[in-house]
Design a protein around this ligand. Sequence first.
Ligand code: ADP
Length: 278
Amino acid sequence: PEPRTLLVSAHRLDPSDLVLVLEDVTDLRRLQQIRTEFIDNLGHELRTPLSTVTLLAETLAREAEIAEIPPRMRDRIALIEVETGHIAQMVNEMLDLARMEGGSQLRLRDDVDLARLAVASAERLRLFAERSGVTLVTETEPDVPTVRGDEARLGQVVVNLVHNAIKFSPDGGEVRVAVRRAGDDIELAVADHGIGIKRADRARIFERFYKADRARVRGGGTGLGLAIARHVVEGHGGRITVESEEGLGSTFTVTIPVVAPAPAPAAPPAPAAPPAPA
Ligand code: ADP
């Protein structure tokens, strides 16, 4: 017979009573694994034809610019190129997420200067901000200590948050990226004065594919950015939270401990630790 996986948790009722709960999570774990593998396979299957289509769409769009064709046709070709880009991005993010959920470890090998990373990410998005009529401000404390982590992944998180903040800001808005030390953590906050997020949505936006506002604002999105961000941040022993007021704006805050945690398994979640003896 195949070995079962049990989740064991202990709860102390009072000094003399301890309740042990054994939960058979074999099937759940298997389903989680099947889901992750399915997404991974699908992503890989889609990637090859998609890169061909992307290439063709790019070529066609370039040719259409100089060819004698009706403007309507040119517009359609441009749209094909844009939408193909969105699918390609979605497939890449899907593969990213599957890889992380499949338990591939983050490599916490870099000494990451989050203040520098915030400035660099803002720099990368400056053009997008300008085009959107949004002012980007960075505010970093001097001499913020480095954290142990995966620089490329953390950079991806910051870019995602700032990108969202710009995307959901009105013309003339301001996005502020601040980094400071807060006790044992480094705190990075991305604040906007955009459309905000409803309370009911706030609990769900970190789920994969969840989008609060289906009407796309300033370009597409996959609904995967925040799911990936949460994986990366928690893989660093940190937390990502959001505060928001509908219509007034949102602030996403990432906290990363200055002292690196012991590497934790990415997924499936580790069984709950038994409570410390009273
Ligand atoms: P995407 O932006 O690609 O749709 P994300 O996972 O990054 O996916 O975000 C999920 C959803 O959370 C978005 O579709 C949007 O509804 C909401 N959201 C994220 N950031 C903001 C923000 N700064 N202001 C308002 N809504 C936001």
